[in-house]
Design a binder for this molecule. Sequence first.
Ligand code: 0PR
Length: 378
Amino acid sequence: MEEKGASFERAMEELEEAHGKDFLFEDGRVLGSMCTKPMDGSVDVHSKFIESNLGNPGLYPGTRQLEEKIISIVSSLLHGNDFYGQVQAGGTESNIVAAWVARNVSGKNEVVFCENAHFSMLKACDVLRMKPVEVGLNENFEMDVGEVEDKITDDTAIVVASAGSTELGAIDPIEELSEICREKVFLHVDASFGGFVIPFLGDLGYPSKPFDFQLDGVSSVVLDGHKMGMSTIPSSVLLLRKEDDLRSIAVESPYLTSLHSTSLLGTRSSAGVAALYFAMRTLGREGYREIVKTCMVNTMYLVSEVKRINLGVPIEPVMNICGILVDDPVRVREELDGKNWKVSMSRHPDCLRVVVMPHVTRQVIDSFVHDLEDVSGG
Ligand code: 0PR
């Protein structure tokens, strides 16, 4: 660190330079991100709450109240009956906390998850010193339920299902998993991506499956505000069926305004909480339904364009994530990168992966498919 601080102008110049190198959603080149430009107004709300810290809730009763309202709104969205929860920093934190809770409540140590589960489950196992037990996929790239049954043991603490897998947006057979786990094993649903999508698919005429608390065996669900929640980074909501569950991770924090801390993080962003409240309050079900509708129409358009240039998809998309089968995904991705397209990859199966977020418009798709045809030899 320099002894004397730089001038405002100098520091801002450096920041402008850095910002200029970052990709912005509005430029329409980012096709592999589950985040998008936060909805209008949410950034102002975010800034307004930038000083507040939910880690010390006694000082910030206003944001604490917003958090309670979010829990209640999300609870009704996910067929919960005024369930319990916390606004957290993202799917990773929520998945770790779910495993932590399940371990402490059960006293058991094994985590059963699918080979295409988000890598945060590996982090959870490492941090918590729990044993990862991986299961394979069925032909639809969903968790193989038979294998889950075989791999549940007396030491299974938690089964983790995805509702919207990171790679293809597949929804695991949660109805069957719920039957298997009910009253026996903690079942956590990672709906980090799909939580703000699946509730609206049925209304829009797309096939959908139960994934939330309407299934008795589901113990917790996470959904992310900074993905399809249309809000700013960071926010996720972890919802739990049982009130006592979160208490199982409490530690004493007597010198603060609350006697116990029941969160993984100490200092917690109130800005993310306020911005998510704003997004949910102003969009309502109608607003989210419209967003999902546009993303799904564009996803289906992408699929038809991909087929038109003689490429295939591993599954018909369940939500706004689309795999694209090409001969050599690594090479094609590199060549697309050379044309400034930021596409990600799936490993189950090996293919390109496009997340059709609101910034991925029909015009963006047209221009992308044009270049894809060029580089794939499709
Ligand atoms: N669970 C699922 C199903 C996810 O897809 C993700 C993130 C997480 C949990 C973890 O969430 P956080 O990253 O919020 O902790 N999946 C995205 C992905 O891997 C994360 C991401 C987002 C990556 C934007 C890149 C990017 O530009 O695609």
